[in-house]
Design a protein. Structure first.
Length: 581
């Protein structure tokens, strides 16, 4: 381990040691729920995943005094695994000691992958340092986790779990001589590579969180697997994942340009810059060494950036990256008469300019992990980020859909509603009887980061957020039934909030198929002094929202249904084009 990694591990452990609870032999940390899988909303908990990561870090330190502590944590975590093959939750763990699997809502099967991977780290790096009894428990727990992963057999569409589960089952098979499991893992790997080559992108498209996680597990494949045919496929994935990251890196702002299928943070974290530094041997240094930070489970990963990718992290260019993300077909029995073609293509557009980056999905949703519209630019005090949310009673509404058409830094967008895409989550809490209870519905345009010097002005349905870059937001159409929305602007030291308020009332049931709801808006990110484009136009026409706006190369046109319906049918009924001048 080099000196940087040794210092990173020491720093990580210095933060983790105070969380160790010797009474429970687990890590004890504050917790706040994202709203799904667990019924625990907040409080102090003993998490299984954090605890096993801590145990591995203790072993990685090489300190003899920490071996006994690590073993105690490992034994405790393993005791929380469901090891009954006849059980529906076989091979997995609950999130927390305080909440057994049967009390979760629902259990998260990914924990077989996440914790199984850490137990494999114990075996491959420290198998000779732990006691024979503890090693026996680890071997058995890995066997159950691998069997659980195989039973679940996650497909290639769930990118990070498809990769992680393949890594776990393949390495398990090689270590323990399980030929049948090895055949399964190799078949799964081949299927994932084929799926990725056919699509040209990961299904979890351009995710700062999960692309890094995929990169991590692919790097582990190259370091720990021994089957040459599998290593050849892993090498292809390794180059692919690095090109994905670098091609969306916006050098002027040092941010990962959107759009992002899944993200937990609006800005890159020190861990991203640290990984890039380590993977390029310091050739790309985006962070001072004193500020580097890395979670303990990433420190021993042998990251390596391909030589031809390295220059992309420093390249300032004006370019547009356009990629097809998904293709699917809406069922004819779901289609409205005006829907037209039931073949649906979702495209991602990323504009990378000298001053700004703007990314959009042509079709998406407003789940809290989704970033269907995101822009970055620099102000003198730092970087700003613009994102868009749709909130149901203050929480991101997964059944709110997004449709966009983008031309350079100009985005014409519509928000409209589906009846079947879940409330707080895409599929864990499906809407029942096409009805929600709501007292507040609003679209939120949120600017975060260095907002202190920004000037915000509202003129009718147009909001100017003015600094080194002018962000102009126009809202020519926003209506729930026959009531027009109102605009509400707030700001604090870290945020500028522009809310387009569709509903404020006492809580009441809303049957979605009995309403009309649509919101059309246009975002233009341009350097200060850039000429304004044509005034956007929006209207309701024959049950549809129709939106027009001027872009650099032509007229942007977007049309979506106003009456909510099934998600795929609503997406299929969306129409978008750029009409050249």
């Amino acid at each position: 381990m080099d000196s940087i990694r040794e210092r990173l591990l020491s720093d990580a452990l210095s933060k983790m040691h105070p969380t160790f609870d010797p009474a429970q032999n687990m890590v004890k940390v504050p917790f706040r729920s994202r709203g799904y899988h667990t019924r625990i909303e907040n409080g102090i908990v003993h998490p299984n995943r954090d605890s096993i990561v801590y145990a591995v870090a203790c072993l990685d330190s090489g300190e003899p005094a920490l071996v006994d502590r690590a073993e105690a944590v490992i034994r405790t975590v393993i005791s929380h695994q469901d090891q009954a093959p006849e059980s529906e939750t076989y091979g997995i763990w609950s999130y927390h000691q305080e909440e057994p699997l049967e009390e979760m809502a629902p259990p998260d099967w990914n924990w077989a992958d996440f914790i199984g991977k850490e137990l494999l780290n114990v075996v491959i790096h420290h198998g000779d340092r732990i006691s024979a009894n503890c090693r026996s428990l680890v071997d058995e727990a890995i066997r159950h986790a691998a069997a659980s992963i195989r039973r679940r057999d996650m497909g290639p569409h769930y990118t990070n779990i498809a990769i992680m589960g393949t890594y776990v089952t393949h390495l398990y098979a090689e270590i323990y001589g399980d030929d049948e499991m090895l055949r399964y893992a190799r078949q799964r790997l081949a299927g994932f590579v084929k799926h990725t080559k056919q699509n040209g992108v990961f299904t979890e498209y351009n995710s700062p969180t999960y692309t890094l996680l995929a990169m991590t597990d692919i790097s582990r494949m190259l370091a720990n697997w021994r089957t040459e045919e599998s290593l050849e496929l892993a090498r292809w994935l390794h180059d692919f994942v690095w090109h994905t990251m670098a091609s969306h890196f916006h050098a002027p702002t040092r941010q990962w340009a959107g759009p992002h299928t899944r993200s937990y943070d609006n800005f890159l974290l020190p861990k991203h810059y640290t990984v890039i530094h380590l993977a390029t041997n310091g050739e790309v240094s985006l962070i001072d060494e004193s500020e580097m930070e890395l979670a303990s489970d990433l420190i021993t990963v042998p990251f390596r950036c391909p030589a031809d990718v390295v220059p992309l992290f420093a390249e300032v260019r004006e370019a547009t990256v356009e990629e097809v993300v998904t293709r699917f077909t809406a069922r004819r029995d779901e289609m409205s008469a005006s829907a037209g073609d039931n073949r649906v293509v979702n495209c991602a557009t990323t504009y990378l300019g000298p001053a700004v980056s703007v990314g959009t999905f042509s079709l998406s949703h407003y789940w809290n992990q989704s970033r269907p519209i995101v822009g970055y630019w620099n102000e003198p005090a730092g970087t700003c980020c613009l994102t868009v949310q749709f909130l149901h009673d203050g929480y991101d509404f997964s059944s709110a859909l997004s449709a966009t058409v983008q031309d350079g830094p100009v985005v014409a967008a519509a928000a409209y509603l589906a009846t079947d895409n879940g409330d707080t989550h895409l599929n864990l809490d499906p809407i029942e009887d096409e009805t929600i209870v709501a007292h507040d519905l609003r679209l939120r345009l949120l600017v975060t980061g260095a907002v202190g010097e920004l000037i915000v002005k509202e003129e009718g349905s147009t909001i100017d957020i003015h600094g080194a870059v002018r962000v102009r937001v126009s809202v020519p159409f926003a209506r729930l039934n026959d009531a027009d929305a109102r605009i509400e602007i707030r700001r604090n030291a870290d945020e500028v909030i522009v809310d387009i308020v569709l509903l404020e009332s006492e809580p009441a049931p809303i049957r979605l198929t009995d309403i009309t709801c649509g919101l059309g808006f246009v975002i233009n990110l341009a350097p200060d002094g850039s000429p304004s484009l044509t005034v956007p136009f929006g209207r309701a026409n024959d049950g549809r929202l129709e939106l027009e706006a001027g872009g650099p190369s032509g007229t942007l046109r977007l049309s979506v249904p106003l009456t909510p319906g099934p998600k795929t049918a609503m997406w299929a009924a969306s129409q978008r084009e750029i009409r050249p001048r």
